[in-house]
Design a protein around this ligand. Structure first.
Ligand code: MG
Length: 396
């Protein structure tokens, strides 16, 4: 990797560098890659953090600190962006930041914004506040928030309540006069601190507080990830599928409809149990996820499916939906026939379909209609079924 950034000065504007700390190896947010490389509603956490700053024309250089072995993840997450070649992190956050500051020193920026990659929901207003404070003469500009929860501590088995008056939570981006924070890191790099404001404190820099934002949360756990997705409105996608099926009546004494056996003076002809209701529903589910049709999954030419219970076809379609992380919102089946009468069996059908799909019965509807004596269903030559389903893919 070589630096691709071309230095540029914008007339009358200060020269700002962005330093993103993405060297963590934490996987508490789930998955097998560190959280900053995980997908947050379809875009990696790191990429979202970078994109959040992209509107500032005066950010002249962006330096990212990454963990060793994360080069490929970094390349994938930052594809197409103009960034300085990443530098390797160190054993502590502050040492990692120091590496980044040293790499940036050749750029000679006026200011540097140091931001945790794990805070992807940073707003433009907050970034603007930090930069404005620096341009107004502060050595350091730090977003702070009050503590709302009551704080507890336990020492040798003894609980204690910590007065929260005056306590504040520090967020990032923390902005600094570049020379001042680099000097502070050089001088106090041996100190064990967890943010850069602490370096500014040690160095006696002029610190200005700006209002932080609850939304600017640091993603650490799986809960944080889910909460951040909620704040982003999720990436849920809703899809609809439809299915239709018809089977012919032949001599017999029962029919299977929507998984329920009903006594009748005829039966339905078919390779399987000829349950047109479940077949239409299976096709609707397959249709919603673009997974072909029932004939492709269970060819009527395959003797394996002779007389088969159609519940397994529907179960299979549902398992394909679940494999995609999807969920059924609702299923609506219409049975079209003169006979048998569906009304007396409707609730049993709803319950059985819900059981097969493993969803609440309130998500399943079974309706029936005749065709007023017209057509093949009107002449009792057979019956037909239609089904419509709505499914959700992705995270709400
Ligand atoms: Mg069929």
């Amino acid at each position: 990797m070589t630096p691709r950034h071309l230095p540029r000065y914008l007339a009358g504007m200060s020269r700002i560098a962005l330093l993103i700390v993405a060297a963590g190896s934490g996987t508490r947010a789930g998955g097998d890659v560190p959280k900053q490389f995980q997908s947050l509603a379809g875009t990696s956490v790191l990429r979202r953090s970078l994109d959040a700053f992209a509107y500032r024309d005066d950010i002249a250089a962006t330096q990212i600190v990454i963990g060793s072995g994360h080069e490929d993840l970094f390349r994938k997450a930052t594809d197409g962006l103009k960034l300085l070649a990443p530098v390797a992190g160190a054993d502590t956050r502050s040492h990692s930041v120091f590496h980044g500051l040293q790499a940036l020193s050749v750029q000679k920026p006026d200011f540097v914004l140091i931001h945790d990659a794990a805070r992807p929901l940073i707003s433009r207003a907050l970034i603007d506040r930090v930069i404005a404070a620096l341009e107004n003469g502060a050595d350091a500009a730090i977003p702070l928030l009050p503590v709302a929860d009551t704080l507890k501590t336990r020492n040798e088995g003894q609980w204690k309540t910590v007065p929260r008056d005056g306590l504040l939570r520090a967020q990032t981006p923390q902005g600094f006069r570049f020379d001042a924070i680099l000097a502070a890191h050089r001088k106090f790099g041996h100190e064990s601190v967890t943010d850069d404001m602490a370096m500014a404190e040690l160095a006696g820099l002029k610190i200005e507080a700006v209002a932080g934002e609850e939304r600017n949360l640091k993603i650490t756990t799986q809960d944080d990830m889910a909460f951040a997705e909620k704040l982003l409105g999720g990436n849920a996608e809703f899809r609809t599928g439809m299915g239709f099926d018809a089977h012919r009546f032949v001599a017999g004494d029962h029919v299977w409809l929507c998984g329920v056996k009903i006594a009748h003076d005829k039966t339905l002809e078919g390779h399987s149990d000829a349950d047109a209701g479940l077949h239409a529903l299976t096709d609707a589910l397959l249709g919603a996820i673009g997974a072909g049709d029932i004939g492709q999954h269970f060819p009527p030419t395959d003797p394996k499916w002779r007389g088969a219970n159609s519940a397994q076809f529907l179960e299979h379609a549902m398992s394909l939906l679940r494999e995609k992380g999807g969920a059924l919102i609702n299923a609506d089946v219409t049975l079209i026939c003169e006979k048998p009468k569906i009304g007396p069996h409707r609730e049993a059908m709803r319950a059985r379909v819900a059981e097969i799909l493993n969803v609440d019965a309130s998500r399943v509807s079974v309706k029936a209609t005749t065709t007023e004596g017209m057509g093949f269903t009107g002449r009792n030559e057979g019956l037909a079924a239609q089904a419509l389903v709505t499914v959700r893919l992705g995270t709400p």
